[in-house]
Design a protein around this ligand. Structure first.
Ligand code: ARG
Length: 292
């Protein structure tokens, strides 16, 4: 089955506030109509690259006044047909919650997902941005930090029933786990060491071999290349530094670079502009497989 990913129509996207160190509304406003056009082109380029890699893209509407709806990775943790709706830290993004709730209700009606769960009140958790499924290890790497509560990883474990590894983040600049940590299909993990806490580094070392750990450079992280979508042996990311593309090619990956500059202005890249809807654990697949 082809991988299916949710994206959000970018028509209402802009940088209108600053809730992370990448965002500068005045910089955006200084070239507003051009930036909006560039954003639409960049979004279409990403969609085309994902489709060329075999993905099926589902598009939900955007909404004026909620520009970061364009980052659906933050909307939910989706695994085994269950969508756990995010609860955002910033009031600027809390306005997105009803839009995403409605979108997931439609996806459930169309049977793209089976169930919707909500988190306990007061807990913040920003979806797949801070909870990344690792199909190779069959576990969820889940962060706490600027955008997700300390208790969020355990709660994600409880609701999904899957194994969770807690990865506390260390910096404001790499505020979501997906900005600094990317499991690849061959078992390697591309990660940016300065963004990980000591505890997170220890977890990474405990769950990987040295050969599986691919350190991203400052330039790779700054170019938002760690925020990548891996589909089989294809990795789709914001335009990579040549050295990163070459290192990944050596490992047998084909890197597709897309110009995502207008979204980097908001602190987002390829991974956060998408949300994988079809991830299933081996345990869940075994449960649903009809008995022979
Ligand atoms: N402006 C958005 C925010 O700060 C960008 C989110 C990007 N998403 C991500 N998973 N890194 O929330």
């Amino acid at each position: 089955m082809s991988p299916s990913l949710l994206m959000t129509d970018p028509a209402a996207y802009q940088v209108a506030y600053a809730i992370n160190p990448w965002m500068d509304p005045s910089l955006w406003a200084s070239a507003d109509p051009e930036n909006r056009r560039a954003a639409r082109r960049a979004w279409a380029g990403l969609r085309a690259a994902l489709e060329a890699a075999g993905a099926k893209i589902l598009v939900m509407p955007g909404a004026e006044g909620a520009p970061d709806l364009v980052f659906p990775a933050n909307a939910a943790v989706v695994l085994n047909g269950l969508a756990i709706l995010a609860q955002f830290r910033a009031p600027e993004r809390q306005v997105e919650e009803p839009h995403f709730a409605a979108a997931f209700a439609r996806l459930r009606a169309k049977r793209v997902i089976a169930d919707i769960a909500t988190l306990p009140p007061g807990l913040v958790q920003e979806g797949a941005g801070d909870a990344i499924w690792d199909p190779v290890r069959q576990l969820i790497w889940a962060a706490s930090g600027p955008r997700s509560s300390l208790e969020a990883p355990a709660e994600i474990g409880r609701l999904t029933g899957e194994a969770v590894v807690h990865m506390p983040l260390a910096t404001a600049r790499y505020y979501h786990l997906d900005t600094c940590f990317c499991p690849l299909s061959g078992g390697e993990i591309l990660y940016y060491p300065p963004a990980l806490s000591r505890e997170a580094m220890a977890q990474l070392v405990a769950h990987t071999t040295a050969d599986q750990r691919l350190e991203a450079s400052d330039a790779d992280a700054k170019a938002f290349c760690v925020n990548a979508v891996c589909l089989g042996r294809t990795i789709i990311m914001a335009r990579p530094p040549a050295r990163l593309a070459a290192r990944l090619a050596e490992r047998g990956y084909q890197v597709v670079g897309v110009d995502l500059d207008p979204f980097i202005l908001s602190g987002g890249g390829a991974f956060c502009m998408t949300l994988r809807l079809d991830h299933r654990s081996a345990a869940a697949s075994a449960r649903t497989r009809p008995a022979a």
